[in-house]
Write a protein that binds this ligand. Structure first.
Ligand code: KIV
Ligand code: ZN
Length: 522
């Protein structure tokens, strides 16, 4: 019996397979550190995701460790590791997944003429042999094995059917048909899935899965069309993160199935009220800002601006709202915080927003909240989220900000920064000037802690409206081919900028530490 099916006997149950930590992390610039990956995995588990693809263990020691740690941490979701069709890859995936309560090995090989000829340089018969070898070998480690035909949508049907049938015979319990290059269209993809159901004699022994890339903006539509045609697993990512134009967005497939249950009578196990939290977390960690008009999780997705719409909404929300903001976790808050709010109300608010902090972290966050409430007229939920995320990001940093003073404007040219940092417990200060205030502040950091990392991205985002809004800054640094994202939030954009730079630098130090314990100083 297919273990995935055993758990989800309901014939209309769609398995949600999240690959934010694997395919999502393959987006250029979206790299995440171990702690961040664990936080995302825990969030996915809490929201009821069935399968979490935690990484590609053979790809790097960091990927191995992430899969291994997530396998130790997550209990309710199946943890999956990716492997090419080789023993080395499968061994590494099996080893990383060993501690998992539920584990899946996902092995893949290309089946399209183009990929077989140019990428693999293998004959179809040899590819077919590899399918059988790799799936049978993976089954030695777990009875939950997924097989994917990379570039499946551009594969010849006879060959695809032959490989799928053999993969199932060899023990694959899930058969994934990737649209690797985002080329297919809904009607064609649905026909491909129906063709497999019609022609592969043992197809009922496996769950058929979709894995759609978004190069033509059709990833979600293609995934849904495949489900209507019989697929019962959707591979997707939070915010649609992923290679090139990304993967099918999890929040969109989940809410489409929920909202249009009348046309697509399928259910998922995802608790949709966790969607906003997951979206914000992935966006904050990767520095990939969600576009305001993005379906489901964009800042404007539930905003009604025009007078006619507002009037309609006041008369009946259904006039312009096809799903409620609450259903995706946009809480119309019961608790409004201000500068007179106490620790108890603050703790309640955190739990309403899905955070549970230890006593020390709570005390630090509360102190910062009081400072923020003094500086801002109104403290919104978004402010609290930014503040707490900032607090979490800073935990255990070797280099911390002590003070910053900036002189700039028309009368102070060139702009100057006076900066004091705490570096491994010692206070160090300096002055620097630059082309602008940000340049001056970043030059001061380099002076106090010399390093060769290149600045790849500097991005400022206002957490809420108004000139007293907190700024949320993302900085991406790159050193020896390794890139990291740092975040900082503050009502002072310059302070937020320095915090974000330091956060990225601290992450680089952790990476350096892991790759060469001797090379610790700058
Ligand atoms: O897009 C793709 O083909 C993949 C496979 C490894 C499943 O990501
Ligand atoms: Zn992919």
């Amino acid at each position: 019996m297919n273990p995935a099916r055993e758990d989800k006997r309901e014939p209309n149950r769609v398995v949600i397979f999240d690959t934010t930590l694997r395919d999502g992390e393959q987006s250029p610039g979206a790299s995440m550190n171990l702690d961040e990956k664990i936080r995302i995995a825990q969030t996915l588990e809490e929201m009821g995701v069935d399968v979490i693809e935690a990484g590609f263990p053979i790809a790097s020691p960091g990927d191995f460790e992430a899969v291994n740690q997530i396998a130790k941490t997550v209990v309710n979701s199946t943890v999956c590791g990716l492997a090419r069709a080789t023993k080395g890859d499968i061994d590494r995936a099996a080893e990383a997944l060993r501690p998992a309560a539920r584990r899946r090995i996902h092995t893949f090989i290309s089946t399209s003429p183009l990929h077989m000829k140019y990428k693999l340089q293998m004959e179809p018969d040899a590819v077919h042999d590899k399918v059988i070898e790799s799936v049978s070998y993976a089954r030695r480690f777990t009875d939950d094995v997924e097989w994917s035909c990379e570039d499946g949508t551009r594969s010849e049907h006879d060959f695809l059917c032959r490989c799928v049938e053999s993969a199932i015979k060899a023990g694959a319990t899930t058969i994934n048909i990737p649209d690797t290059v985002g080329y297919t269209v809904p009607e064609e993809y649905a026909a491909l899935i129906r063709m497999l159901f019609a022609r592969v004699p043992n197809i009922d022994k496996a769950i058929v899965s979709t894995h759609c890339h978004n190069d033509l903006g059709l990833a979600v539509a293609n995934s849904l069309a495949a489900v209507v045609a019989g697929a019962r697993q959707i591979e997707c990512t939070v915010n649609g993160l992923g290679e090139r134009a990304g993967n099918a967005a999890m929040e969109e497939v989940v809410m489409a199935l929920r909202t249009r249950h009348d046309r697509m009578p399928f259910v998922t196990g995802v608790r949709s009220e966790h969607i906003m939290k997951a979206s914000r977390l992935v966006s904050a960690i990767t520095g990939f800002v969600v576009q305001p008009n993005k379906a489901i999780v964009g800042a404007n997705a539930f905003a009604h601006e025009s007078g006619i719409h507002q009037d309609g909404m006041l008369k009946h929300a259904g006039t312009y709202e096809i799903m409620t903001p609450e259903s995706v976790g946009l809480v119309r808050s019961k608790i409004v915080l201000g500068k007179h709010s106490g620790r108890h109300a603050f703790r309640e608010k955190l739990s309403e927003l899905g955070y549970s902090l230890g006593d020390n972290a709570l005390a630090d966050a509360f102190t910062r909240f009081k400072v923020l409430a003094d500086a801002k007229k109104e403290v919104f939920d978004e402010d609290i989220v930014a503040l707490v995320d900032d607090e979490i990001a800073r935990a255990g940093e070797r280099i911390g900000l002590v003070s910053l003073e900036i002189l700039c404007g028309t009368k102070h040219q060139p702009p100057k920064a006076e900066l004091e940092l705490n570096i491994d417990g010692a206070a160090k200060s300096c002055k620097a000037s630059g082309d602008g205030p940000v340049d001056a502040a970043f030059k001061a950091i380099r002076q106090l802690f010399p390093h060769d990392a290149r600045l790849l991205l500097y991005q400022v985002h206002a957490v809420t409206a108004g000139t007293d809004a907190q700024a949320e800054v993302t900085v991406r640094l790159e050193e020896n081919g390794r890139s990291v994202n740092g975040q900082g939030a503050d009502t002072d954009t310059m302070v937020a900028s320095v915090k974000a730079y330091l956060n990225a630098l601290n992450k680089l130090l952790v990476k350096r530490e892991k790759s060469a314990p001797a090379a610790m100083s700058a």
